[in-house]
Design a protein around this ligand. Structure first.
Ligand code: IPM
Ligand code: MN
Length: 374
């Protein structure tokens, strides 16, 4: 790019700066992680050169493959690289060969470690049904047509991280602690209200306040801060009912906010409504919008290496990174539009039902999307 002669305070050079020298760290991981990351990287490379974004890409090991090489699922080099990167792209971790490792060596620890070390407390999981995939949804078309909901999951607290945790000395019992501080509830609550303000101005907070003290506090804090967002209509729902409502009438929801464990479960339900868990992207953000982006699906060892994985969740996660961390809304939309274009032509990966004649492998789907982008 031409050297700018403008002063650093001018708007033009701010744009110039914003669009250069961004470092993206890709952590492919295990199972289908590397396969879907390859396709995400193709798409990132494509927009990087066509829009001259100046993004540089690095890779590092994480999960089971990192355990094999370094003896730990989250090696120090990887954590260091993640701390300096502007955006982190995460594939998937885990596999049967590492299932019997000690708790602290299991591949999943890498993901949980990154989330907590980088304070990525706000997990956004949009479930949007493409109008071309109504037939792939687990629900009837009229129940899911135009579905567009966003689950905001608290990601660095709750029972996932609560202490004490462990197994009793005799090994006869085991325990975890579901704990939230007012501060933790408030910060995820504010993200949810602010997001709702930019969407349909409704927010549903999900808890288990009929049984759990931690949920009573959750409900209190969310209700309390709702006074600062008078334009947002707040409702509360118990998690068992929310699970039922998601499969009964999912279009009643717009933004849903909930704790770590409930969000994990509800987002998998929401994923199936969109046709396949291979369609769901996610962003995990800290208070400065630094983020880690990952497909919601796991490492799927049973289909890994066969070209069967759907790369769309990963590619949509690239679009989320461009939008949330790099403020490149138009480039982000162009990726989403290319995906819709490819789906509209009847191309599908193997996880998506319908249109059997146009089945594509993981890399063929990635290539088609890149072709559309050009
Ligand atoms: C997810 C995953 C993770 C979680 C696992 C792999 C630790 O299921 O991101 O939803 O439970 O958060
Ligand atoms: Mn999950």
């Amino acid at each position: 790019p031409p050297r700018s002669t403008l002063s650093s305070s001018s708007a033009a050079s701010d744009v110039y700066k914003r669009q250069t020298n961004k470092q993206v760290l890709i952590l492919p991981g295990d199972g289908i992680g590397p396969e879907v990351c390859n396709e995400a990287e193709k798409v990132l490379n494509c927009v990087n050169s066509s829009h001259n974004l100046g993004i540089s890409i690095e890779k590092s090991g994480v999960g089971g493959v990192a355990y094999e090489e370094f003896g730990k699922p989250l090696p120090v080099v990887t954590l260091k690289a993640a701390k300096v990167a502007d955006g982190i792209f995460f594939g998937a971790v885990g596999g049967p060969e590492w299932d019997n490792l000690d708790y602290n060596l299991r591949p999943e620890r890498a993901l949980l470690g990154l989330r907590s070390e980088l304070d990525l407390f706000a997990n956004l999981r949009p479930a949007i049904l493409s109008k071309y995939l109504c037939d792939s949804s687990s629900l009837k078309t009229e129940k899911v047509e135009d579905l567009d909901l966003l689950i905001i999951r608290e990601l660095t607290g709750g029972i996932y991280f609560g202490e004490p945790r462990g197994t009793s000395d005799s090994g006869d019992s085991a325990f975890n602690t579901m704990i939230y501080s007012k501060k933790e509830i408030e910060r995820i609550g504010r993200v949810a209200f602010e997001t709702a303000q930019k969407r349909n101005k409704t927010l549903c907070s999900v808890d288990k306040a009929n049984v759990l003290e931690v949920s009573v506090l959750w409900r209190e804090v969310i209700t309390d801060i709702s006074k600062d967002y008078p334009d947002v209509e707040l409702s509360h729902m118990l998690v068992d009912n929310a699970a039922m409502q998601l499969v009964k009438d999912p279009k009643q929801f717009d933004v849903v906010v909930t704790g770590n464990l409930f969000g994990d479960i509800l987002s998998d339900i929401a994923a199936m409504l969109t046709g396949s868990i291979g369609m769901l992207p996610s962003a995990s953000l800290n208070s400065k919008n630094k983020g880690m982006y990952e497909p919601v699906h796991g490492s799927a060892p049973d289909i890994s290496g066969k070209g069967l994985a759907n790369p769309i969740a990963a590619i949509l996660s690239v679009a989320m990174m461009l939008k949330y961390s790099f403020d490149l809304n138009e480039v982000s939309s162009s990726i989403e539009n290319s995906i819709q274009g490819v789906l509209s032509e009847g191309y599908r990966t193997y996880d998506l039902e319908g249109a059997l004649e146009k089945k594509l492998s993981t890399s063929e789907m990635g290539n088609k999307i890149v072709e559309k982008l050009k």
